[in-house]
Design a protein around this ligand. Structure first.
Ligand code: MN
Ligand code: MN
Length: 349
């Protein structure tokens, strides 16, 4: 660690632990065996664990997701052949640890997540978050918005997650994108749900969602139109240079590919289809992302975690493919872990 963060030497990038020296299965877990945030002086991309699942409506357990995904990420290697990029060599990627968030108080936890994410984004780092249930996307989007303004949002999920409330609760995992719309966090005309397929309560679920500006790519649209046409439309809708945020609920994958999740739905994407859709976003200005709803208690043979870690690797690779002029080269301040005052729109009861 150099003392002057502005010196050229401080841009020397610290990569993953060398697997030729230390076997991949040994040592403490960090994402992809990357250095921890405390061990680097600059950070372009921060992997942030968000072990929160108190917004879950069906099977709980996503609070254990970050540790599970890190453990499954040990086999990620330095070069991504499909995207022709070495994601840990051209940008400093570091593991920023987990947000210490309350399991009892959702409003408090949302504030804690936003504060920690903003500590990273304010310094210019792009956050790739590992959830946690989908509630965590709201504070993460707030942090991205505070740094980059309204984003194009691409939301991969079996579900719309734009209900107004569940059991009267407004800040839970089925509502984050309704709240994000109310707060103006994303660009209505540039945002899309991908992989939608769940049964719903009626046609109004879709018509209500469309009023928020979202386009929706259902799994059956992929069957009808094919991957190239879907990618082309998605990319055109986002537009070049637009700050892009990608939120991935792992239940967008079929339960055959990702059984370890809280609200599984049949008829989903294969892991290969999801990777292909993500690679189609290469060259766009990806500023932040999350992968949520990995619940290890329902996982088998690390299938879900391996899929999630591979997806995180692809997202970090996409960030490396962003034009250098669009990438921040700044030093993150020390993380401010103080809890912010309640926001006017926080849940109070
Ligand atoms: Mn879902
Ligand atoms: Mn979701």
């Amino acid at each position: 660690m150099t003392s002057n963060p502005d010196s050229p030497a401080s841009r020397e990038i610290v990569g993953p632990q060398d697997a030729a020296t230390v076997p991949r299965y040994s040592g403490l877990s960090s994402f992809a065996r990357l250095p921890r945030l405390a061990d680097v002086t600059v950070c372009d991309v921060a992997v942030l664990g968000v072990p929160f699942d108190s917004g879950t409506s069906y099977r709980p357990g996503a609070r254990f997701g970050p540790a599970h995904v890190r453990e499954a990420s040990r086999l990620l290697r330095p070069y991504n052949d499909e995207l022709d990029v070495a994601p840990f060599a051209t940008q400093q990627v570091a593991d920023a640890g987990d947000v210490p968030c309350s399991p009892f108080d959702i409003a408090l936890a949302i504030g804690q997540i936003e504060a920690q994410a903003r500590g990273l984004t304010d310094g210019g780092a792009r956050v790739v978050a590992l959830g946690g249930d989908h509630t965590v996307a709201l504070p993460l989007l707030r942090a991205a918005h505070s740094r980059w303004g309204p984003v194009a949002l691409v939301h991969f999920d079996a579900h719309l997650d734009t209900w107004d409330a569940l059991y009267g609760a407004k800040y839970v995992h089925g509502t984050p994108f309704r709240r994000a719309h109310e707060e103006g966090l994303f660009l209505e005309d540039r945002s899309t749900h991908v992989g939608v397929r769940s049964s719903v309560y009626g046609p109004q679920d879709f018509s209500d969602d469309a009023k928020l500006g979202f386009a929706a790519v259902r799994c059956t649209d992929l069957d009808r139109e094919g991957m190239p046409a879907v990618v082309e439309a998605l990319v055109a809708r986002i537009g070049p240079g637009t700050p892009l945020y990608v939120s991935i609920d792992i239940d967008v994958l079929d339960p055959a590919h990702a059984p370890g999740t809280g609200t599984p739905e049949t008829g989903g994407l294969t892991a290969r289809e999801l990777l292909a859709l993500l690679r189609g976003l290469a060259g766009l200005n990806l500023v932040g992302a999350d992968i949520v709803e990995v619940a290890p208690a329902y996982d088998h043979a690390q299938m879900t975690a391996i899929a999630a870690s591979g997806v995180a690797y692809e997202l970090i690779s996409l960030m490396a493919r962003t034009a250098p002029a669009e990438r921040p080269v700044t030093v993150p301040d020390r993380l401010d872990l103080t809890i912010p005052a309640a926001r006017p729109n926080d849940v109070t009861a």
